[in-house]
Design a protein around this ligand. Structure first.
Ligand SMILES: Cc1cc2nc3c(=O)[nH]c(=O)nc-3n(C[C@H](O)[C@H](O)[C@H](O)COP(=O)(O)OP(=O)(O)OC[C@H]3O[C@@H](n4cnc5c(N)ncnc54)[C@H](O)[C@@H]3O)c2cc1C
Ligand SMILES: NC(=O)c1ccc[n+]([C@@H]2O[C@H](COP(=O)([O-])OP(=O)(O)OC[C@H]3O[C@@H](n4cnc5c(N)ncnc54)[C@H](O)[C@@H]3O)[C@@H](O)[C@H]2O)c1
Length: 461
């Protein structure tokens, strides 16, 4: 077993890959990756899902065209062409990234599984060989993986996760999706718009339960109109083979599908890293414990992204990587993570986007809460779209005029929310945001402007 010492060793090439900044020019950096180079977002997460979502949006536009007096029919969906176009762009980027780390300057790539054997000592298994890597500093950016409920695992039924379902060869006629969170909502849209009969089974009483209750409730109602949705559903039994899967619920209801997609959350990969050998502590949910600078309890060992963060989101992993990249080379001038206003968007049908506190959280935090829910259908562009379900809900502090939360459901919610994120991040009060700038008329952003104007806060009596 060879031992090589590095200035920096990075486990995971998702956001971890961006830690090799010019500060490390001329230094020795080990980049360790056991899976597909580039991590979750590029290969099996944000990027491919949104490319599929776009194709599905196009299919839905064709289906809905007649509402606007434009007659069109969807002649067909070429699944393999869509799939191959998407991965035809993504796979070469991943390969190129790997090649750069294998053959490029400064870095030594270890394409295998890393395990801690001491505080700053790793063993990496590459093709059956074991190599020891020691480093002055180690960053754990090893991400998360899908959780598979025990019943499903023990049943032996075939199933997909988001890691595999986007690469299937043929669209199934029907798909059962287990779970009612982000992945379920996005995949239900992707596959149903492309012609698959979608059935959702989730144990919660609503879908997207992390959202504000009004948004979660409305999303669930819209979901129930487009997909078969089983709420508050535990699974009593699961049977099946390659031709199909049947889930039995406690009341005897059976839910069948040609394919089963499991989307019941993702857990940090900490259980496979030998963290005990290094003395690195974890939370009860498996995340590595880090301070606001990204430091673990072990000197010189840092963590970022899904392995340690409360937010399993790429923009958060990227932010944390930028902070840790700075801190690695500025020990006397450490920067802290900024998790004050973390936004998220669900690219489903409809889209959902949120930032800040839900109404309930704001009340629990003791704010004198004022809220305004503005319908998309009550602003000019919403009329043009004949929108009947979209809403923008704002939560503010009545006394101070502080915007506490913004929650949108409807077309382009993921982009419309950005001015609210900006206002909250830079401390703009509601009336400054509403009347301190022009809002383009009659753009869809007027839904946000009108929601702001509807809040009872100082400055806009
Ligand atoms: C289907 C899906 C859609 C998503 N869509 C969005 C979205 O639209 N927007 C958004 O913000 N977020 C989205 N996310 C979440 C986002 O992808 C993650 O938050 C982000 O990619 C996490 O980055 P990371 O660098 O922490 O981990 P990862 O990108 O997962 O990187 C970790 C890497 O570490 C490697 N690794 C793990 N253990 C070891 C080991 N012991 N040795 C060597 N290598 C190891 C893994 O192979 C992996 O490549 C989505 C996730 C999924 C699953
Ligand atoms: N657009 C985005 O930003 C995006 C998209 C996809 C994923 N992600 C990230 O990935 C994470 C994981 O996504 P996810 O959808 O797997 O998790 P999730 O936490 O969003 O949702 C999990 C869902 O599964 C349900 N569930 C859990 N165990 C169950 C069981 N045994 N039977 C039935 N239902 C069960 C939960 O009630 C919940 O509805 C997300 O939380 C998010 O952070 C982000």
């Amino acid at each position: 077993m060879t031992t090589t010492h590095f200035d920096l060793a990075i486990i995971g090439t998702g956001s971890g890959n961006s830690l090799v900044t010019p500060d490390f020019d001329g230094k020795r950096v080990a980049v360790i990756e056991e899976g597909t180079f580039g991590g979750t977002c590029l290969n099996v997460g944000c990027i491919p899902t949104k490319m599929f979502v776009y194709a599905s949006d196009v299919a839905d536009h064709v289906r809905e065209a007649a509402r606007y007096g434009v007659d069109a029919t969807l002649d067909g969906v070429r699944w393999r062409d869509i799939r191959d176009r998407i991965f035809g762009r993504i796979d070469p980027i991943s390969e190129g990234g790997k090649d750069y780390r294998v053959n490029g300057p400064n870095t030594t790539a270890f394409l295998g599984h890393a395990t801690f054997v001491g505080p700053r000592e790793l063993v990496v298994e590459v093709d059956g060989r074991h190599e020891t890597v020691t480093a002055d500093q180690i960053v754990v950016a090893a991400g998360a993986r899908p959780v598979i409920p025990q019943l499903i695992q023990e049943s032996g039924v075939p199933f997909h996760t988001s890691d595999t379902v986007m690469r299937i060869d043929e669209l199934p006629r029907s798909m059962v999706i287990l779970g009612g969170g982000f992945i379920s909502a996005e995949m239900a849209h992707v596959f149903s718009a492309l012609g698959v009969d979608v059935r959702i089974v989730t144990r919660g009483p609503a879908m997207l339960r992390v959202e504000d209750a009004e948004i979660s409730e409305r999303f669930t109602q819209v979901a129930q109109r487009q997909w078969e949705v089983h709420l508050s559903a535990t699974i009593e039994d699961v049977k099946g083979d390659e031709s199909g899967v049947t889930l039995t619920l406690p009341d005897g209801t059976t839910v069948e599908g040609e394919t089963l997609l499991v989307a019941t959350g993702r857990r940090p990969n900490t259980d496979r890293l030998g963290l005990e050998a290094a003395g690195i502590a974890t939370h009860t949910d498996g995340r590595i414990v880090v301070d606001e600078f990204g430091r673990t309890a072990v000197d010189g060992v840092w963590a970022l992204g899904d392995i340690s963060s409360l937010h399993q989101l790429k923009h958060v992993a990227n932010h944390e990587a930028r902070v840790v990249a700075h801190n690695l080379v500025h020990p006397d001038d450490l920067r802290a993570f900024d998790h004050r206003f973390v936004p998220a968007a669900v690219f489903s049908h409809p889209q959902v986007a949120s930032v800040g506190l839900t109404e309930q959280q704001a009340r629990e935090a003791g704010h004198d809460v004022t809220t305004k829910t503005q319908a998309y259908g009550d602003v000019a562009y919403g009329w043009a779209m004949e929108d009947t379900t979209g809403i923008c809900k704002l939560v503010a502090d009545r006394a101070t005029g502080e915007l506490l939360g913004a929650h949108l459901l409807g077309p382009m919610a993921s982009s419309l929310i950005q001015p609210a994120i900006q206002a909250m991040s830079f401390g703009l009060r509601v009336h400054e945001m509403a009347r301190g700038q022009y809002w383009i008329h009659p753009a869809l952003a007027e839904v946000l402007e009108n929601a702001l104007l509807g809040l009872e806060v100082p400055g806009q009596e």
